[in-house]
Design a protein. Structure first.
Length: 94
């Protein structure tokens, strides 16, 4: 699993083994030093695929992050699935 992007306590990851699935990101939200929850979003639509413990408010922020940063996420996805090294990029939110 590789960290590809971040925004405050929101960390986006792509799992290299997921390259045979439709392009997506896992977004983890650090809640405490030892606990994080996550959700999976499809990059193309920005829609939620699965949620593992995020609140409604956190999901809204994550959805906006994906929708407003699609181009960055696509570039990172393509680098990961082609085996290239990825440096995490900072996401923005309007």
């Amino acid at each position: 699993m590789g960290k590809i992007a971040f925004f405050k306590q929101y960390i986006a990851w792509i799992i290299r083994g997921d390259k045979h699935e439709f392009p997506h990101v896992h977004i983890y939200v650090t809640k405490t030093k030892h606990k994080a929850s996550s959700a999976k979003f499809w990059i193309a639509s920005g829609e939620l695929a699965t949620n593992k413990g995020l609140t409604e408010k956190e999901l809204i922020v994550c959805e906006k992050l994906v929708q407003q940063n699609k181009q960055k996420l696509w570039k990172q996805w393509n680098k990961v699935v082609s085996g290239k090294q990825v440096r995490p990029v900072q996401l923005t939110l309007k």
